[in-house]
Design a protein around this ligand. Sequence first.
Ligand code: ZN
Ligand code: ZN
Length: 234
Amino acid sequence: MNILDLIFPKKCVWCGETGDYLCKNCKKNLQPHMEICPCCHRYSKDYLTCVDCKSMWNFALDGILIPFSYSWFLKKIILKLKYYHKRDVVDFLIDRVCLAIYANHTLSSKIEKWNVIVSWIPSHWYRKYFVKWYNQSYLLAQNLAKKLNVQYWEFLKKTKNTKSQATLDREWRLKNLKNVFCFQNEKILGNVQTIVLVDDVTTTWSTLNEVAKFIKSKYPKICIRGVVLCRKNS
Ligand SMILES: [Zn+2]
Ligand SMILES: [Zn+2]
């Protein structure tokens, strides 16, 4: 046990029992999100983008995994990560994310083939160093990759410091992301077949899909699967 755990013991956000962010009993209340297509939100096995949306909307993400349905207690746990910088929350969440990946046959079979990398939505250096000194998507991606025993790689750079997507409507969200990414250290992409793109919480998939679109503009054959913790307002 860590010394900090003795001074500030972790408490279950639901019932207050000490030991973990959610005790064994309350963990039972964590449910996965329904399997949906990230574009039309209709049922879709393994959270894959459905055939209609692929052809009609030119949707770039090949699928998205949502291991948790949104709930007040999950929100409390995620806030600890986002604003209170409790890094050990990541371990707690990633254990569950891994279980969801192993249960997702189309994704887990790709991971077994060793041509998968994990990446995340980059934040602009200004934001990284001056606004918020860490990127929680990066922490999630790094821990997920280690657990899955695959590489994690930052091959994208954000060249503009854009407004927070949460404050914008749909049209501006898309405009906000135009021409803001560029490639860096992209050599690895020559051998990659699948990219698992990690983001924390999302209301829409616009950021993930714009990033996927950008990657596919140069590497159209790479399959891009998003992993988010949960989906708000679902
Ligand atoms: Zn509890
Ligand atoms: Zn669809």
